[in-house]
Design a protein around this ligand. Structure first.
Ligand SMILES: Cc1cc2nc3c(=O)[nH]c(=O)nc-3n(C[C@H](O)[C@H](O)[C@H](O)COP(=O)(O)OP(=O)(O)OC[C@H]3O[C@@H](n4cnc5c(N)ncnc54)[C@H](O)[C@@H]3O)c2cc1C
Length: 294
């Protein structure tokens, strides 16, 4: 099917993008078009105008300072997967980026489009929630002044295909804390075999003192409308030596964190996803703790 008729605007700056959004009610931003164009062709989205931001240089690239990885929303998954700086200071991001889709998807899809689209099966929402990332958002306030606000990942994702982004706002940066030497991380996913989208995934960041876990961030994706923090697993890990028995016991706690909606579809039922969740959590903790395959 062809998309319904729309106006097309290619913009070169955030200011121009905001102005164009304001001037066209119901306009949509387009980054790589990887999620948006299929929606247009299926006529599930019928925006009056498309604002193509792919040429805004300020929204591309990665920089790292002492505390933070700064990522432009137009940065592709492939750029993140190939970045030596990211691999050094935030290896979870490099791991996740490298597991997204196939080479075509990784070269075209952007981290900003991925999180703004907020598909429950996407990998970045899960990983960025576990990493306590912050999202920098620009919009327009009174007298058309530019307004910037920052939202924590835990508050950014509000449901399936739903975020806290307003209609006339643009995500302009993702900030991820640099990991310290006591922190270890891993991502485990049961991927859909055709698209590699997540059916059930787990992102784990743990701090260790010797073999003891001193801090834990465990987040699940793919199975609920938005990322689920596995607080019961985190609590069960902290203060424990990361032995195989203790990891298995902690991972089993995940059922306590899945009291909310668990989704089922033609590929995997809700019951199946609930059963796979502790397996992926255990898998990720094993890898993070360096016990995997030992
Ligand atoms: C075959 C296939 C397989 C895939 N496999 C995976 C996978 O395994 N894991 C995974 O995580 N993802 C996967 N994806 C998703 C893909 O990686 C893209 O990240 C995703 O489709 C978003 O595409 P895009 O970056 O081109 O954004 P677009 O399609 O251009 O935009 C998506 C949405 O975000 C909005 N938007 C874009 N940029 C901004 C911004 N800066 N500020 C505010 N709103 C913005 C747009 O208005 C639109 O609503 C797959 C996609 C395909 C087609």
């Amino acid at each position: 099917m062809f998309a319904a008729k729309f106006e097309y605007y290619k913009v070169n700056s955030v200011a121009e993008a905001l102005q164009t959004l304001r001037a066209h009610n119901g306009a949509k931003l387009m980054a790589g078009g990887h999620s948006l164009i299929p929606l247009l062709k299926l006529r599930l989205a019928r925006p009056a105008a498309l604002v193509d931001i792919s040429g805004i240089l300020d929204l591309q690239g990665i920089s790292v300072d002492d505390t933070t990885v700064h990522i432009g929303p137009l940065t592709t998954h492939q750029t993140i997967a190939a970045s030596e700086a990211v691999a050094r200071v935030c290896p979870l991001m490099a791991e996740v980026a490298g597991e997204i889709g196939d080479p075509q998807v990784r070269n075209r899809g952007t981290i900003g489009g991925n999180v703004s689209h907020a598909d429950p099966a996407s990998d970045w929402p899960t990983a960025l929630t576990a990493l306590n990332a912050q999202f920098v958002i620009q919009g327009t306030g009174a007298l058309h002044r530019r307004v910037t606000r920052t939202v924590a990942a835990a508050d950014f994702f509000t449901g399936a295909l739903s975020t806290s982004l307003g209609e006339h706002e643009i995500l302009t940066e993702i900030q991820v804390p640099v990991m310290n030497t006591a922190q270890h991380s891993a991502y485990a996913k049961m991927a859909h075999p055709a698209t590699f989208f997540s059916v059930v995934s787990a992102a784990v960041v743990i701090s260790m003192s010797g073999n003891r876990c001193t801090q834990a961030s465990v987040v699940l994706g793919g199975l609920a409308p938005k990322p689920v923090r596995a607080a019961s697993v985190e609590e069960a890990l902290i203060g424990q030596d990361l032995t195989a028995d203790n990891i298995a016991a902690a991972a089993a706690q995940v059922s306590n964190d899945l009291a909310g909606e668990v989704m089922g579809d033609i590929y995997a039922s809700a019951e199946y996803r609930r059963a796979v969740a502790p397996v992926e959590v255990k898998h990720a903790i094993y890898h993070a703790a360096g016990l995997a395959h030992s």
